[in-house]
Design a protein around this ligand. Structure first.
Ligand SMILES: [Zn+2]
Length: 197
């Protein structure tokens, strides 16, 4: 096999769930019938990898220092919804009529994986709570063991900052992940969130 071809196969293996066999299939597919779109993929991938960073306010992916959602003047700045990932943010945006802002942890508290408050941007969150604009913190971490522990920690931060912490109502199955919950269930859990005490 050509050196370049094996390099391509090896490179494709960085994608989640892609082993050697699938990587080979992808490489052959691109070479056989998708040259043009393959080139577009390469160019877009390069641009995205170089230019997409993190929003300085909510930590979501963004090519600008402030993402479109944080920069929007039509979002309610008194409600902040905390999610684990950009996928969870997208699920809430699609399923609910939420009009507040977000904070994306990019993970959950997990000491064994080296994810502590610092890694999740919690000092930044604490600072934002201290600015006094936010009244309610909707904690939308997943109902997994680590997600619940994270929610508990976040609720303490909220109270310390004089902010009301709320949690999505049950209905999101225990141990489930928001991104796999159907829209109706998520919208209901979001709408009937409860004050954490
Ligand atoms: Zn943002």
């Amino acid at each position: 096999m050509s050196k370049l071809l094996s390099d391509l196969i090896e490179a494709l293996r960085c994608l989640p769930g892609v082993g050697n066999k699938s990587a080979q299939r992808m490489a052959f597919h691109l070479l056989e019938r998708e040259r043009e779109r393959g080139l577009r993929l390469a160019a877009t991938l390069e641009q995205a990898m170089r230019r997409i960073g993190r929003c300085t306010q909510c930590r979501n992916f963004s090519e600008d220092p402030l993402c479109a959602l944080c920069a929007s003047t039509s979002r309610d700045r008194q409600v902040l919804c905390i999610v684990e990932s950009p996928t969870d943010l997208a699920a809430i945006e699609q399923a609910t009529g939420y009009r507040g802002q977000y904070f994306v942890l990019m993970g959950r508290l997990s000491p064994l994986d080296g994810l502590g408050p610092e890694e999740l941007g919690l000092p930044q969150l604490t600072q934002r709570l201290g600015e006094g604009e936010i009244e309610e913190m909707i904690i939308a971490t997943n109902p997994t063991v680590e997600g619940e522990a994270t929610a508990h920690y976040l609720a303490q931060l909220a109270r310390a900052g004089g902010v009301r912490p709320t949690r999505l109502a049950h209905g999101v199955p225990l141990g489930g992940e928001l991104e796999y919950v159907d829209r109706g269930t998520l919208a209901h859990a979001f709408g009937s969130r409860q004050l954490l005490d």
